[in-house]
Design a protein around this ligand. Structure first.
Ligand code: HEM
Length: 398
């Protein structure tokens, strides 16, 4: 085992529980490290992660420029075709003209003003969910509050009816699909993702047909009249929105509360948004994003050739003292200068950032108000995933 493998082991439970000491070692050892087991170049520094996200010599896909053969990669396994068709036509996995076209269409629904209009609904929902948790004397913060809030909000925005039986399946479908974004997913994970992709796509196809007949005041109805969008792109983008619209928010809420409880600190309700930014930086729920190298690049004197894959270590970038100073590893809920990378950068910068911020400040605000004595009821257990990092549950008492 070489030195990098000894430090960076995203498959081990110890690493997932606390990857930050390993990140510090990687940063100290250099700017780009080859990691054999994942066949990726690890990029641990803030400046590099931030610059590469904006660099057009890299992409989330390469198929807009090269065939698999030209790029020296195998075509995806045909057995997993439903997953790939779904994933590859969504906004996040498109590049160049296709990406700008769909981003322009969808971003209208996520402007700061649209999101501000949602604020009363989101705050009411947060107040109700937290109220129920308090009335029950506590419970699983994840299942009771962190999950239902963003799922309900994004489902309502898209127009997934509350009484559709499938609404309860959004979260399991999403979890099955997101399993594919972990490193080296197993065959079982791939089969689960394929099944979820088929069912989720079928449901959306049927919902689109319903909305075509009787449009509502929702994003699916708004996109139906848009000629520039194929049905596959629409289905893929809706699935992306439904999944991206809750996964990271759930984990930010739960991981963030765990950080507060473990450190026995609470945000000043007057400075809640500053505290939420710090929790987003301190323990980002999305630890790593990948990019293909479309044209040779050089980092820290190392040539990374076309056809390579880089792993941009967001969790490490957010703790880089070169950007966040000597307190980079400390939790400072009043941190003023905080350009964290948690929502990404460049053309794929998170479309839902204003919505996520609204949801997080609503939930954190309500918990501070209604459950001032919130405490841990049991030590939580990390899920095995590294890329999308979160707990199985967070049991609390109020
Ligand atoms: C704390 C919560 C969230 C975090 C940390 C987060 C993070 C991110 C990041 C890092 C990216 C860029 C990925 C890359 O460059 O490869 C991204 C993209 C995206 N996010 Fe979020 N996100 C969050 C919540 C949301 C919400 C609530 C939505 C709601 C719709 C959303 C929708 C999207 C979409 C559609 C993209 C793709 C944008 C594009 O490719 O142009 N996200 N998110």
């Amino acid at each position: 085992m070489d030195a990098v493998e000894a430090v960076y082991d995203p498959f081990s439970a110890e690493f997932v529980a606390d990857p930050y000491p390993a990140y510090a070692e990687l940063r100290a050892a250099g700017r780009a490290h080859w990691h054999g087991p994942t066949r990726q170049w690890l990029i641990p520094h803030y400046e590099d992660v931030s610059a590469l996200l904006r660099d057009r010599r890299l992409g989330r896909t390469y198929t807009h420029r090269f065939t698999h053969e030209e790029f020296g990669r195998e075509a995806p396994d045909a057995a997993y075709e439903p997953f790939h068709t779904l994933n590859d036509h969504g906004l996040l996995d498109l590049e160049a003209a296709d990406h700008s076209r769909i981003r322009r269409l969808v971003s209208k629904a996520f402007t700061p003003r649209t999101v501000e209009n949602l604020a009363p609904t989101v705050r009411r929902l947060a107040a109700d969910l937290v109220g129920d948790l308090v009335a029950a004397g506590g419970g699983d913060l994840q299942a009771a509050v962190a999950e239902p809030l963003p799922v309900a909000v994004i489902a309502q925005m898209l127009g997934v009816p509350e009484d559709d039986e499938e609404r309860g399946r959004l979260r399991p479908w999403s979890a099955a699909i997101c399993g594919m974004f972990e490193l080296n997913p197993s065959e079982e994970t791939a089969r689960g993702a394929v099944e979820a992709s088929v069912e989720f796509s079928d449901y959306l196809r049927e919902l689109i047909a319903r909305r075509r007949k009787s449009p509502g005041d929702d994003l699916i109805s708004a996109l139906i009249g848009v000629e520039e969008l194929t049905e596959q792109e629409m289905i893929s983008t809706c699935v992306l929105l439904l999944n991206a619209g809750h996964e990271a928010t759930v984990n930010t809420t739960v991981n963030g509360w765990w950080t507060l409880l473990k450190n026995d600190v609470r945000p000043d309700p007057e400075k809640l948004s500053t505290a939420v930014e710090e929790l987003l930086r301190y323990d980002t729920p999305l630890q790593m994003f990948e990019r293909w190298v479309l044209d040779d690049i050089e980092i820290g004197g190392r040539l990374i050739p076309r056809g390579s894959e880089v792993a941009l270590l967001f969790g490490s970038a957010n703790r880089d003292p070169a950007r966040f100073g000597p307190t980079a590893d400390a939790l400072d809920l009043t941190r003023a200068d905080n350009p964290h990378i948690t929502f990404g950068a460049g053309i794929h910068y998170c479309l839902g950032a204003p919505l996520a911020r609204l949801e997080l400040s609503s939930v954190f605000g309500e918990l501070l108000r209604q459950a001032p004595a919130l405490r841990l009821a049991a030590e939580p257990v990390w899920k095995p995933g590294y890329v999308i990092r979160g707990f199985e549950e967070l049991l609390v008492e109020v």
